[in-house]
Ligand binder design. Structure first.
Ligand SMILES: C[S@@+](CC[C@H](N)C(=O)[O-])C[C@H]1O[C@@H](n2cnc3c(N)ncnc32)[C@H](O)[C@@H]1O
Length: 311
């Protein structure tokens, strides 16, 4: 027998619904959870076969991302009212209209005063799952999450968590596991100068800053896209690490030529074709026996390649 788990933020409405389930004689197979669906979905244990999204349109994507790891292979996701809320759903469409989902928009007639047409977006996850794309989905709960040592670190970790949950679409951030690894690498070599090519909204940069607070070092990070950079500035500010970071705007193949200070850790995470050029330009500045970390692909991270420059 199947089960329904349904989420409602308003306790009074949830109570009413419980009454109706009772009267309909189905309360034995229904669980009503009260709370913000974006939070509640993260605690749901899978496998989930069917997800119906019918809350505020801007919450569709965070809800889907929060539950994604629990979706069974072959699961169906139905998003309601995507015709009338089209304008608010660009991120959601971008998400489900790409691999691994198969999706279609089912239009139908309605008789509402303001519209005669609406649609549902019906998406299925293939039975042979290609797995989570770690750069697009929020990270699943990590065993032993980092414990903050002080209030400043607590604030930084909270900002990282907020970015993980709410800013990932189109930011191409490293997954949380890689962020933790970058921090450990930088801290373990006592890095004084970390150079990053490809800052985006500053997610990996803030992981480096956790290390740089300890090592007394600083980060120079490069970005070409002004929208992502302005998000990054705001993220560095609210994490309280802006004074550890120098942002260099522009085409990094040009701007890196101006770096003069030795580099302890070079993190290349931008245009894939550009990696050899970045290395050629920066390798002379990289200190011997330090770590260079580059995701294998800027689009679909398959891990981090760590390379030591020999003496
Ligand atoms: C994969 S994202 C970086 C993600 C970031 N390291 C993180 O994990 O949070 C790549 C970024 O590199 C930037 N980028 C791509 N080509 C660039 C170039 N030639 N010069 C500067 N930035 C570039 C893109 O705008 C994008 O924000």
């Amino acid at each position: 027998m199947g089960r329904l788990l349904t989420i409602e933020i308003d306790p009074a409405t949830a109570k009413k619904a419980e009454g109706y389930f009772e009267r309909a004689g189905v309360s034995g197979i229904v669980t009503v959870k009260i709370g913000d669906a974006r939070e509640v979905v993260r605690s749901i244990e899978g496998p989930v076969d069917f997800l119906f999204l019918d809350c505020n349109a801007p919450n569709y994507l965070p809800c889907l991302q929060g539950i994604e790891r629990s979706l069974a292979p072959g699961a169906t996701v139905v998003a309601d009212n995507v015709g009338i809320s089209e304008g608010e759903l660009a991120d959601y469409f971008e998400h489900v209209r790409r691999e691994p989902y198969k999706t279609h928009t089912e239009w139908f007639n309605v008789t509402l005063p303001w519209t005669k047409r609406d649609a549902m977006e019906i998406s299925t996850k293939p039975r042979t799952s290609a797995g989570r794309d770690p750069r697009r989905a929020p990270s699943p709960p990590v065993p032993n999450p980092p414990a903050a040592k002080d209030d400043a670190e607590k604030k930084i970790l909270e900002v990282l968590d907020d970015m993980d949950r709410n800013q990932r679409p189109r930011m191409l951030n490293v997954p949380i596991e890689d962020g933790r690894l970058l921090r450990i690498l930088a801290e373990s070599i006592g890095a004084k100068h970390v150079v990053e090519i490809g800052m985006s909204n500053g997610y990996s940069g803030i992981w480096f800053c956790l290390a740089l607070r300890k090592t007394g070092g600083h980060l120079t990070t490069h970005e070409i896209d002004e929208k992502r950079a302005s998000l990054a500035r705001e993220n560095f500010r609210r994490a309280g690490v802006a004074d550890l970071v120098t942002i260099v705007m522009g085409e990094a193949h040009e701007t890196v030529k101006k770096i003069a200070e030795p580099i302890d850790l070079l993190f290349i995470d931008a245009d894939k074709e550009g990696y050899p050029d970045y290395l050629a330009k920066l390798l002379p500045l990289v200190r011997p026996a330090v770590i260079i970390a580059c995701p294998k692909s800027p689009l679909r991270a398959a891990g981090i390649a760590v390379t030591l420059k020999k003496r």
